[in-house]
Every structure is written in C-alpha cells, then in structure tokens.
Design a protein around this ligand. Structure first.
Ligand code: SAM
Length: 280
C-alpha cells in the first residue's frame, strides 16, 4: 500500500514514522510513504502557499493551485474518473466525517491514499469539492495542522494490513474490533478448536477488556483470580463481561451499535439492576 502526504512540513514525519510497527512495515515494503513539500509546487520567489480569505476575517487560507499541482504530479486520476479501490484523496479537516476504525478498514483496502494536510485557517474549499474524495477529522477538536492527523491515519491503517502485526488476530480482537459479525463467529470457533482463549475479546464494536501481566500483585492490587483459574471458558466469559463493563462505563454510545449476544444483554441488564438508584 502507498501513502502520499502533501504538507508544508515534510520533516514533521521524521519522528512518527521511525518507530515500531510502522517502521517495520516500511522496512519490509508492505507500506511506503511519499512526502511531498507543498512549497515545491509554488511558482513565486517566496514559495507562497497561502493567501487572505475572501470575505475578510482572521488568518490565512491555503491556496488551491499548489495542492492541485502536487496531487496531479502524483499521477492520480481526476476526481470523476477515480477508481476508489485503487486511489483516494483525503483532506484532513476538523469539519470532516470522523476517522474511525471502520474508515481505517475501508482505507486499508485501497492501493493508494493521498493525504492533504491543511494549515492556518484551513484549505480553499475547492480542494474539498474538486479534488478530495472525502474530508476526515480525527476527533472533535482543532489541531494546528493536518500532519498529526495524517500520521494517525497512516499508523491506524498500516497495522490493519496483512503481515504487519505478528498475530493477525491482534487487529481483529481489539477495541472497536471488526464490524463484521461473521468474522467474530469464525474467530470464536477458532478459539474453541485450539482451546486457548484469544488474547482479546473486545471485538464486535466493544472496547478491549483490561490486560494484566506479572507481577501477580503490585502495590496491593492483585491480578483478578479468574485469570489464573486455567479454565479457558471462564476466562473468555470474564473478559467479555469486562469489555461490556468498560464500554458501558467509558463509551456507552458504542453499545447501541455493538454486536451483542443474548448473554451480553442479560449481563448488561443485571448491571443496570444493580446500579445504585440516583434518588435518596
Ligand atoms: N478553521 C478550521 C476549523 O475551524 O475547522 C480549523 C483549521 S486548523 C487550525 C488547520 C488545519 O489543521 C486544518 O485545515 C486541518 O488540515 C487540520 N486539522 C485541524 N483539526 C483537525 C482534526 N480534528 N482532524 C483532522 N485535521 C484537523
């Protein structure tokens, strides 16, 4: 898979791409990243990439011409003729649709992703309407530039590519999991066959459950006894319930969309019943 990042700060990415999983994926050739300096696509002495906003107001806006030239230099097809499986152009923007694990899965099935990083007050809107296929926001807050967002997209998508993680199931059974119920069922079956509980069971749109490692006791807090019981079925059930509890507590909005079994619903109903009443 190929990423191309258009930015006024190509050196920004020296750090984020030099470590861990992402670095190894690049070294092994599973993913490659091209960094394109927007200023290289300007035609004036000052390498001007921005201008004042029409209509007045504060700040500066990134001009469309260098961004179009940069993307066209990459040989990307014009927007109407683009094959979304092969290539897509993404504008990082606080006004975009939310970048989620589901969007990351979509992008991981695309051969080439171009990421456009805004700066200042943002980017001339014609970049969005005429050049980009989608606007993506990494969260409900405003960054000073799209570079951090682009790094997050590259990291999140890369770890979904086959061969990047040592254990392919790691990406399937973590927080937010895979939205495909069929996959979850297959995986459950695989867990039964090997008799070993999967490392995570936060699949199906739930948050991951809590993890523990040695020492068994740390500063007075012991690892839950159930994890040492040796009964894989009991451990699996406990982990699932912990996922449900964590999701209920931290992200109740996810529960409405999660793949829940009858057992999950019964458990959540019990938790609701046990909640202390708000009234005195
Ligand atoms: N005026 C814009 C607004 O209120 O939506 C904010 C512009 S921001 C200071 C500059 C650039 O940072 C944006 O063009 C975009 O590329 C990037 N950016 C800011 N917040 C972002 C977010 N939540 N997700 C992705 N990119 C973001």
């Amino acid at each position: 898979m190929r990423f191309d990042i258009v930015t006024i700060f190509p050196d920004f990415f020296d750090g984020p791409f030099r470590y861990g999983v992402l670095h190894r994926a690049m070294e092994s050739g599973i993913v490659s990243v091209g960094l394109h300096d927007l200023r290289a696509f300007t035609h004036d002495r000052h390498k001007t990439v921005d201008d004042r906003p029409f209509g007045g107001g504060e700040g500066m806006v990134l001009k469309p011409e260098p961004i179009f030239d940069a993307v066209e230099s990459l040989g990307i097809a014009e927007k109407p003729a683009r094959n979304p499986q092969r290539e897509t152009v993404v504008l990082l923007s606080a006004q975009g649709e939310r970048f989620t694990q589901a969007v990351a899965h979509q992008l991981s099935r695309t051969e080439r992703v171009v990421l456009l990083c805004g700066r200042y007050e943002g980017v001339d809107e014609r970049v969005n309407t005429l050049l980009a296929d989608r606007e993506l926001s990494i969260g409900d807050y405003v960054l000073s530039g799209g570079e951090l967002g682009a790094a997050i997209v590259v990291d999140t998508v890369t770890r979904l590519l086959p061969g990047v993680l040592g254990n392919a199931d790691s990406a399937r059974f973590e927080s937010f999991g895979h939205s495909d119920a069929h996959l979850s069922l297959q995986a459950e079956a695989a867990a039964e066959v090997s008799g070993v509980p999967r490392s995570t069971h936060g699949s199906g749109g739930l948050l991951d459950y809590p993890h523990f490692t040695r020492p068994a006791e740390f500063r007075g807090a012991a690892v839950p006894e159930v994890l040492a019981c040796g009964n894989h079925e009991v451990i699996r059930k406990w982990r699932r319930q912990q996922s449900l509890l964590k999701t209920l507590h931290n992200r109740p909005d996810l529960l409405a969309r999660a793949e829940l079994s009858d057992g999950d619903r019964e458990f959540l109903a019990q938790v609701e019943v046990q909640k202390p009443s708000a009234k005195p």
